[in-house]
Design a protein around this ligand. Structure first.
Ligand code: CAA
Length: 257
């Protein structure tokens, strides 16, 4: 598959996708989003891959949806194009996806980072939802995911008044997992992804699914989903191997079965 707006490579058991429109600060146009989702889905289906990392460059993870692509569009055209609908495909990815964020993560860029399972930020990362400054509001989950993650008060300030968060503030408010120097943010994300990729694949998949259930359901439904997944794992060879290896005091050999 040849891509024009992303770079794709395999690093060990990790699929690395680099957003590659530096001249536009990685603005998320339709082509880029389609390529990104195709690459994620291909890695998700590849048994050699255990986790994915999405990165940009030091200056920008992504400065939002491509304003030039939508500036003249009518509501009907926007509805028919449904570019934002492409974002939904990331929700169906079963393997963990980590965002490695440096520089700007604005608008759709911040929403893309929040759609990932974890965020590793460089010290220069800046998170914001500046749509209000161009006469609109977030459209790819910003009002929902920010509010669930950092709370209503700060989400209001960010969305209604373009308050941006520094990397340290994002860490303080629970938006990112950790903040590291710019030179190390990508390696840190790749190392975390490789560590997760070395774990029992079906347990990782069902753990991710259960955590996401916490955001979508009542506590009772979430607990039931968790318990189903826990019991289901006793149908896997990896559960037998993991518990046997513990008792025999050796390292488990995962099969993903
Ligand atoms: N769409 C299209 N092009 C963009 C862009 C975007 N979101 N962000 C930056 N660019 C382009 C600029 O137009 C510029 O291109 P030219 O050289 O051809 O003029 C190039 O990238 C470099 O940008 P700047 O010269 O503006 O760089 P800067 O360092 O001076 O400023 C910035 C950086 C503060 C991030 C500024 O570019 C900016 O404010 N960008 C727009 C941010 C924004 O409003 N994002 C929200 C988009 S709407 C959205 O995302 C909706 C949604 O929820 C899905």
């Amino acid at each position: 598959m040849t891509y024009t707006s992303i770079l794709v490579e395999q690093r060990g058991h990790v699929g690395l996708i680099t957003l590659n429109r530096p001249q536009a600060l990685n603005a998320l146009n339709r082509t880029l989003l389609m390529e990104l989702m195709e690459a994620l889905e291909a890695f998700d289906a590849n048994p050699e891959i255990g986790a994915m990392v999405i990165s940009g460059n030091e200056k920008a993870f992504a400065a939002g949806a491509d304003i030039k692509e939508m500036a003249e569009a009518s509501a009907v055209e926007m509805l028919e194009r449904d570019t934002i609908g492409l974002f939904d495909r990331i929700r169906r990815i079963k393997k963990p996806v980590i965002a490695a964020v440096s520089g700007w993560a604005l608008g759709g860029g911040c929403e893309l980072a929040m759609s990932c399972d974890m965020i590793i930020a460089s010290e220069s990362a800046r998170f914001g939802q500046p749509e209000i400054t161009i006469g609109v509001i977030p459209g790819a989950g910003g009002t929902q995911r920010l509010t669930r993650t950092i709370g209503k008060a700060l989400a209001m300030e960010m969305v209604l008044n373009n308050r941006t968060l520094t990397a340290q503030e994002a860490l303080q408010f629970g938006l990112v997992n950790r903040v590291v120097p710019v030179e190390r943010y990508l390696e840190e994300a790749l190392t975390l992804a490789e560590e997760i990729a070395s774990r029992a694949p079906l347990a990782v998949r069902l753990a991710k699914e259960a955590i996401n259930a916490a955001l979508e359901t009542s506590l009772s439904e979430g607990l039931a989903a968790e318990r189903r997944n826990f019991y289901l794992l006793f149908a896997t060879e990896d559960q037998k191997e993991g518990m046997k290896a513990f008792i025999e005091k050796r390292k488990p050999q995962w099969k993903g079965k």
